[in-house]
Design a protein around this ligand. Structure first.
Ligand code: G4P
Ligand code: NA
Ligand code: NA
Length: 194
């Protein structure tokens, strides 16, 4: 997606050869018109996939997930990463290991917001190692629902997440695919200039 790649190029900060900071439009300040265009792309790619719900994880996935839900006319739910005072009985949980933080955490969603028979589009802001993505897929499977695919805003293609998801049989649609982060610059896989 050209505008997204342009934003990454112009405003992204390459913190290391592993980490891209996008706090001006995605991970802290959030650009609503960009999110709305991102959602158009996801809608276009998944409009015939019979999606009945969007699932994401707090916090970075919520903005693109919300806009995509609005585009597709379906409900959106986000998995929580911390214990909630009000979310206790009737929940589904999965363990997620973070390579960045080197710790395992539990992600949770209420059963009533993820039900058997649903076709779920999982949206997230970043795909790196795929741990969060697989955790979300486990929630869907435990609910007796089906993963229709993954919609990823920024995929770090030099990390293994995408390939692991493909190997597991999932559909993955990423709007920006970063080939490498080097010398302060991001380069993209298959950059399309449209
Ligand atoms: P994984 O789920 O793909 O295995 O990723 P990992 O554990 O490495 O990533 C943990 C967190 O870091 C996730 O956010 C993920 O979105 C984010 N992340 C991974 N790589 C990058 C990157 O290059 N840049 C930025 N900005 N974020 C990255 P989180 O901390 O769980 O959630 P939140 O920040 O959305 O609240
Ligand atoms: Na995230
Ligand atoms: Na994040």
């Amino acid at each position: 997606m050209k505008r997204l790649e342009d934003m990454i190029t112009q405003e992204g900060l390459v913190l290391s050869d592993q980490v891209l900071k996008v706090d001006s439009f995605l991970n802290h300040q959030v650009d609503p018109t960009l999110m709305w265009e991102i959602a158009y792309e996801f809608m276009d790619r998944f409009k015939d996939a019979g999606i009945t719900r969007i699932l994401t994880i707090e916090a970075g996935g919520i903005a693109p997930a919300m806009m995509t839900a609005l585009r597709l006319g379906v409900p959106m739910v986000y998995a929580r990463k911390t214990k909630s005072l009000t979310l206790n009985e009737g929940t589904i949980s999965a363990e997620v290991y973070s390579f960045t933080k080197q710790q395992t955490s539990t992600i949770t969603v209420a059963e009533k917001y993820l039900q058997a028979g649903e076709r779920v589009l999982i949206i997230d802001d970043f795909l790196a190692n795929g741990e969060a993505a697989f955790g979300l897929a486990k929630l869907v499977e435990q609910a007796g629902a089906e993963v229709a695919g993954f919609g990823i805003v920024i995929e770090k293609s030099f990390q293994p997440g995408r390939q692991k998801l493909l190997d597991a049989g999932f559909r993955v649609e990423s709007l920006a695919r970063i080939k490498k982060l080097e010398a302060g610059q991001a380069t993209f896989v298959d950059r399309v200039n449209v």
